[in-house]
Ligand binder design. Structure first.
Ligand code: KG4
Ligand code: ZN
Length: 344
């Protein structure tokens, strides 16, 4: 069974073809980073216009790289939410028209479900059940993953997503957008113990996250540091701020993922989403899981950031059950994972 997956939930236009539910035969991504970089974040109006420009060539390329024509596809899986409305609409309406003209069934996919299942695109993946932490620019959530389509939300951010905090701190430090990879690169030569930024645990029991207090603490610190003439102040360098901020985020992410794993009684943990590209986070989490007796799995970076392959995969599990969407289905800017089974 061949599935075409399309994702335009935020600022990447992506399309991919997967076969038999696990083999990725093409994966095309058109990034809009350069377009949004001068604004320090995604501008929704510009994002949807850019998707309109790129959706046809990106889908065509995904098909031609796979050596396929639309008629060779068994189902088209498309993200209907959560995400930016204008962006989602472009992917959904293009998917609908390809489905209609070629008489191919349409499958509606929740973007978060794509991130949760993305690890199954890798040969080295866990058996069900497992505990997953999806951590990206729009979400920071912990799930007990029992089977495809069967997820229990264990905790989530009460304010900013972790990736959003990276993007905001990078902006404050004048490092550009998006911030994750730039903060990581700077942190490599910094001291992670130079500044004790706050870690929000909310309570001993809580599996929820909060990053807005940390963001404010870093903003106040940078303000003081700038006024004192940067490096001249206590010999603190920009790289030390990046490393100390990153460490504060990772301590909480790792502690809560381990706590969620223990609470759900699983032996496998998964880290997914854009922030999971971070090598320092992968190394720290791997060391900790060895100590705690878990096995941890990471999708490769191309499957951590937004991509069509994870959407095709989530769609595959619905297509095998003939769980198809109506052509009059609409996008949803908010689409909690708990609503996945009530999607139609
Ligand atoms: O999954 P993704 O591509 O899009 C969303 O669904 O949000 O994640 C993008 C986020 C951005 O906030 C970006 O700064 C962050 O992932 N990110 C990273 C790294 N690479 C990307 N954060 C930390 N370290 C990285 N190396
Ligand atoms: Zn995403």
């Amino acid at each position: 069974m061949k599935i075409l997956g399309i994702d335009t939930s935020c600022d990447d236009t992506s399309a991919a073809v997967i076969a038999d539910g696990n083999s990725v035969i093409s994966n095309v991504i058109h990034s809009q980073i350069k377009l949004h970089n001068p604004y320090g974040g995604v501008v929704p109006e510009l994002a949807s216009r850019e998707h309109i420009r790129n959706i046809v060539p990106v889908v065509d390329k995904a098909l031609s790289n796979a050596g396929l024509k639309p008629n060779d596809i068994n189902a088209i899986a498309v993200t209907i939410g959560p995400g930016l409305i204008g962006s989602l609409l472009v992917g959904l309406y293009y998917a609908k028209s390809v489905a209609f003209f070629n008489k191919i069934p349409l499958v509606a996919v929740n973007h978060l479900e794509g991130h949760i299942l993305s690890i199954l695109l890798e040969e080295d993946h866990p058996d069900f059940p497992f505990t997953a932490l999806t951590v990206s620019g729009g979400h920071t959530s912990l799930y007990y993953v029992k089977a495809p389509g069967d997820y229990e939300l264990m905790g989530q951010t009460l304010d900013d997503a972790a990736g959003e905090a990276f993007d905001k701190v990078a902006k404050l430090l004048g490092l550009g957008y998006p911030g994750g990879a730039i903060i990581e690169a700077n942190a490599r030569s910094g001291r992670a113990d130079a500044i004790q930024f706050p870690r929000a645990y909310i309570s001993d029991e809580s599996l929820d996250f909060s990053f807005s207090g940390l963001k404010t603490a870093v903003a106040l610190y940078i303000d003081k540091w700038e006024k004192q003439g940067r490096e001249k102040a206590n010999n603190i360098r920009l790289t030390d701020i990046a490393a100390s901020f990153q460490e504060a985020v990772f301590d909480v992410l790792i502690d809560k993922l381990i706590m969620a794993g223990k609470r759900s009684g699983v032996s496998s943990l998964v880290l997914a989403g854009g922030v999971a590209c971070n090598r320092t986070l992968r190394e720290k989490l791997t060391l900790r899981t060895i100590k705690e007796g878990f096995k941890v799995y990471f999708p490769r970076p191309a499957y951590c950031t937004d991509n069509g392959a994870m959407i095709a995969l989530a769609g595959f599990f619905r297509a095998v059950n003939h769980d198809y969407a109506d052509l009059n289905i609409d996008v949803r800017s908010r689409f909690p994972v708990k609503d996945i089974r009530k999607r139609k």
